[in-house]
Structures are given as C-alpha cells and as structure tokens.
Design a protein around this ligand. Structure first.
Ligand SMILES: *[C@@H]1O[C@H](CO)[C@@H](O)[C@H](O)[C@H]1NC(C)=O
Ligand SMILES: *[C@@H]1O[C@H](CO)[C@@H](O)[C@H](O)[C@H]1NC(C)=O
Ligand SMILES: *[C@@H]1O[C@H](CO)[C@@H](O)[C@H](O)[C@H]1NC(C)=O
Ligand SMILES: *[C@@H]1O[C@H](CO)[C@@H](O)[C@H](O)[C@H]1NC(C)=O
Ligand SMILES: *[C@@H]1O[C@H](CO)[C@@H](O)[C@H](O)[C@H]1NC(C)=O
Ligand SMILES: *[C@@H]1O[C@H](CO)[C@@H](O)[C@H](O)[C@H]1NC(C)=O
Ligand SMILES: *[C@@H]1O[C@H](CO)[C@@H](O)[C@H](O)[C@H]1NC(C)=O
Ligand SMILES: *[C@@H]1O[C@H](CO)[C@@H](O)[C@H](O)[C@H]1NC(C)=O
Ligand SMILES: *[C@@H]1O[C@H](CO)[C@@H](O)[C@H](O)[C@H]1NC(C)=O
Ligand SMILES: *[C@@H]1O[C@H](CO)[C@@H](O)[C@H](O)[C@H]1NC(C)=O
Length: 358
C-alpha cells in the first residue's frame, strides 16, 4: 500500500521520467530526419535494454541514438555482442546514471576506429558512479559534416573517473566539457557568468576559446592569469577591454578549425595593445590540434587609433607562427627594444616602418 507521500513521489518521478523519454524521442526524431537514413539500419528507441536490444540492426552503419542508463539491464559483454557489426553510429550517444558500469568497452574497436556522427546530438557520459575506465575513447571519433564545427561532447559528474584531456584522443577536441569528475582537466572559456571566480584562478587549460562581447562581464578577466594552454579561438568584439595582458602566462593556443581566425579583435575602441605573454616565453606555440599546414588568420579591426604591436609580437605572430592577417588596423609600437633595431623604410607596404633582427 502506498502512503500519500510516496504516491505523490511516484507520480512526480513518473512525470519526470516520461518528460525525459519525450525529450529523448524528440532527439531521436531530430537525428533521424537530419540524415539520409537506410531504413533497415535504424534503431528508433529511447533506451537500450533487454527488450529493445533485440531490435538492434546488424549493420555496419546504424542510425539512431544509443541511450544507456540505470534501466539498461545488460552487461558490457551483451552490449558489445549486440554492437559487434557496427562501425559507425549516425546520431549520438548518451551513457548516464549507471551504477555498475566500470568501463565503456561496448563497441568493436579492436581492429578499427569507431565513428559517431553527431550533428544534432552529441556524446554525453555523465553521472556514472562506478565508471573508471574510459580508454575506449581513444578509438572513438566524433564528427560533424562541417569540419569547422565540433560536436557537443561532455564527460561530467562521474565521481570515480580520473580524466586526462591529453590522453585517449581527447586532445583533438577544443570544446570538450569535462567537469565534476574525480579529476577534470580544464575550465570553460565562456566566462560571462562565473559563479565561483576562484575556480578559474587554478585553471591551466581553458577550453572552448575565449568569447567576449558587449554583454560579457570583463571584471573577471584577471582570474585567467594562470591559464597556460588555451583550446579554441579568441574572439573579442564590442568590448571596452584595453589589452589581453590577463593572458600573461599563456604559452599555447590550440585550435581545431580549418582556415579559422584564431585571434579576432574587432571594434574594441579602447584597445591599444595586445600584451599577451605568448611572445615572451620559451616554446610558445599557436597551432592546429592536427598536424599539417593550415592557413590561419588574425583580425585586428576597428580598435583604438593607437593600437600597436611590439617588434617581438610581430616576429612571434607573423614570422614564428606564420599567421596571416584579415584586417591589420595596427601600427608598430614606438619603443626601444634592445633585441631589435628598427630600420625605417618609408614605402614598406605592410608597416610604416619595417624591422631588422639582430
Ligand atoms: C520512430 O518511432 C516513432 C514513434 O514510434 C515514429 O513516429 C517514427 O516514424 C519512427 N521513425 C523512423 C525513422 O522509423
Ligand atoms: C541498407 O543496409 C543494408 C544492411 O547493411 C544493406 O544490405 C543495404 O544495401 C543498404 N541499403 C542501401 C540503399 O544502402
Ligand atoms: C548492472 O546491474 C543490473 C541490475 O542489477 C544488471 O541487470 C546489469 O547486467 C548490470 N550491468 C552491468 C554492466 O554489469
Ligand atoms: C580483429 O582482427 C583479428 C585478426 O584479423 C580477428 O581475428 C578478430 O576477429 C578481429 N576482431 C573484430 C572485433 O573484428
Ligand atoms: C547528475 O549529477 C548532477 C550533478 O552532480 C546532479 O545534479 C543530478 O541530479 C544527477 N542526476 C541524476 C539523475 O542523478
Ligand atoms: C547566471 O548566474 C545566475 C546566478 O547564479 C543564474 O541565475 C543565471 O541563470 C545564470 N545565467 C546564465 C546565462 O548562465
Ligand atoms: C554575446 O555573447 C553571449 C555569450 O557568449 C552570447 O550568448 C550572445 O549571443 C553574444 N551576442 C552577440 C551579439 O553575438
Ligand atoms: C558587435 O556590434 C555590432 C553592431 O552593434 C553587431 O552587429 C555585432 O553582432 C556585435 N558583435 C558581437 C560579437 O557581439
Ligand atoms: C561581474 O563579476 C564580478 C565578480 O564576479 C561581480 O562582482 C559583478 O557584480 C559582476 N558584474 C555584473 C554586471 O554582473
Ligand atoms: C562597435 O561598437 C559600438 C558600441 O559598442 C556599436 O555601436 C557599433 O555599431 C559597433 N560597430 C561595428 C562595426 O561593429
């Protein structure tokens, strides 16, 4: 017999559960209508369990979203058996709220990589209390049709999971979100609404780039002073920021996008200097997470009329990092530099003066 309270609780839980199932059904429909599907290879279910697993298609490319959760009454071995023909999953993956899953070795990755297309839905691994082994992620590649974009990829609240974002292929994602695990590996760069600024003071890696516009709270920027590596792009538009000196410790910018503007400074009327730590430190680097030659831009557009670069900055960004310019509303700073001597060439096309290295 139910007491009133527990009946209410039961109804409340059921309504949450059915909402959640309705959301999942929507996500599945969205994915299935986005891609050109092969009808015989569709897995149109909102949960994988001992009943639905019987419908799992024996195809090398399967269309649908795989949801593994606390109602998944299957072992890793049984899942792996059901998925053994599958080499790619077109849709997405969610593994959440499991209480006895210790590893994710459910896909056939012994002899090849496993691909997940996730244009409409990402990959989520969260709230798995016993999860300790994520080595399979080394063989899993997420992709969107457009190479410029990344899928939503979150590894969150797995209390026993010690995540290193440099291992297991994770370093190739710049928008990855890893929070609330036994160990996390960075902070997120959209700092418009930081509830605990002290969190950022211990951040050495910043994921997702730095996106600031007129709505951003720029009083928090000094707390980025310990960031050493940034993943993603810098995009600062319509702000009153004067320089980027808060990135005093930054030595590395890694981006994934092809042909991207890695530093976009646009319409910041009070910006007079760049001022990042990068050019002054040994082993500094701005490069793609993939090897290979890429065409990468910076944009300095509509800044303060006095916006200038030092000689060290010019050498670092344009000679050492071989960046190209989209707009170059900048001049060379009038400064004494013991390492470099300025030679004046009145007709130099790029700068008012050119520089010589000594
Ligand atoms: C998936 O299942 C839903 C609900 O049962 C149905 O409306 C939809 O047509 C199915 N989609 C595909 C592609 O089979
Ligand atoms: C759909 O998938 C099945 C099973 O893998 C395959 O035999 C069939 O050729 C596919 N159909 C199309 C149109 O690709
Ligand atoms: C987890 O526990 C459930 C229920 O006790 C069981 O059915 C399932 O097989 C277990 N899953 C794994 C991965 O061991
Ligand atoms: C991997 O390759 C080996 C050797 O070719 C083969 O015996 C094994 O069945 C393959 N495993 C899978 C999951 O395909
Ligand atoms: C998942 O973890 C988050 C953060 O710890 C928590 O707020 C949420 O209630 C958890 N969800 C479930 C279903 O346990
Ligand atoms: C910002 O933080 C406040 C207070 O913590 C919260 O209510 C609000 O939803 C947050 N806004 C965004 C966009 O995250
Ligand atoms: C400004 O940034 C916020 C937070 O990143 C974003 O939600 C908003 O759309 C941006 N505004 C414009 C005009 O780009
Ligand atoms: C900057 O302001 C211009 C004009 O108000 C607007 O069109 C543009 O979207 C803004 N950019 C950002 C990133 O907020
Ligand atoms: C900006 O952040 C600071 C520090 O977290 C806070 O004190 C201030 O109220 C914020 N300003 C706005 C406009 O939200
Ligand atoms: C630059 O920013 C100002 C206000 O911040 C805005 O009024 C103006 O439209 C912006 N111009 C461009 C070209 O984005």
């Amino acid at each position: 017999m139910y007491s009133c309270i527990s009946l209410l609780k039961y109804l409340f839980c059921m309504s949450i559960l059915s909402n959640c199932m309705a959301d999942r059904a929507n996500d599945v429909q969205k994915a299935l209508s986005y891609y050109k599907i092969n009808e015989t290879c569709v897995f149109n279910e909102t949960e994988i369990n001992s009943k639905t697993i019987k419908k799992f298609p024996k195809c090398d490319r399967v269309y649908g979203i795989i949801f593994i959760d606390s109602n998944t009454d299957l072992t890793v071995f049984q899942l792996k058996e059901a998925f053994k023909y599958m080499k790619s999953l077109v849709g997405g993956l969610m593994i959440e709220d499991t209480t006895n899953l210790t590893n994710l070795n459910i896909f056939a990755t012994e002899n090849s990589s496993f691909w997940i297309a996730c244009a409409t839905y990402g990959v989520f691994i969260r709230n798995n209390t016993q999860l300790v082994d994520y080595s399979i992620l080394d063989k899993i590649h997420l992709y969107k049709p457009s190479k410029r974009e990344e899928c939503e990829y979150r590894i969150e609240n797995n209390p026993k999971l010690d995540v290193s974002c440099e291992d297991n292929n994770l370093y190739t994602y710049t928008y990855l979100q890893v929070t609330g695990n036994l160990r996390d590996c960075g902070c997120q760069g959209t700092i418009r609404n930081v509830s605990s600024p002290e969190h950022y003071e211990t951040c050495n890696t910043l994921y997702g780039g730095l996106q600031l516009n007129s709505t951003s709270n720029i009083s928090n920027l000094p707390m980025l002073r310990n960031v050493i590596t940034m993943k993603g792009l810098i995009n600062i538009e319509n702000t009153s920021i004067q320089d980027l000196s808060f990135f005093q410790s930054l030595t590395t910018i890694k981006y994934r996008n092809v042909e991207s503007v890695v530093i976009n400074l646009r319409n910041n009327s009070q910006m007079t200097r760049l001022g990042m730590g990068l050019p002054n430190q040994e082993f500094s680097d701005i490069s793609s997470v993939y090897n290979g030659q890429e065409y990468t831009l910076v944009n300095f557009e509509n800044l303060h009329g006095d916006f200038c670069l030092t000689i060290s900055e010019v050498i670092f960004y344009f000679w050492f990092c071989t960046l190209s310019v989209k707009n170059f509303h900048a001049k060379l700073c009038d400064e004494q530099d013991p390492k470099h001597v300025i030679c004046h060439f009145e007709s130099s096309p790029l700068f008012q003066h050119s520089f010589c290295q000594v």
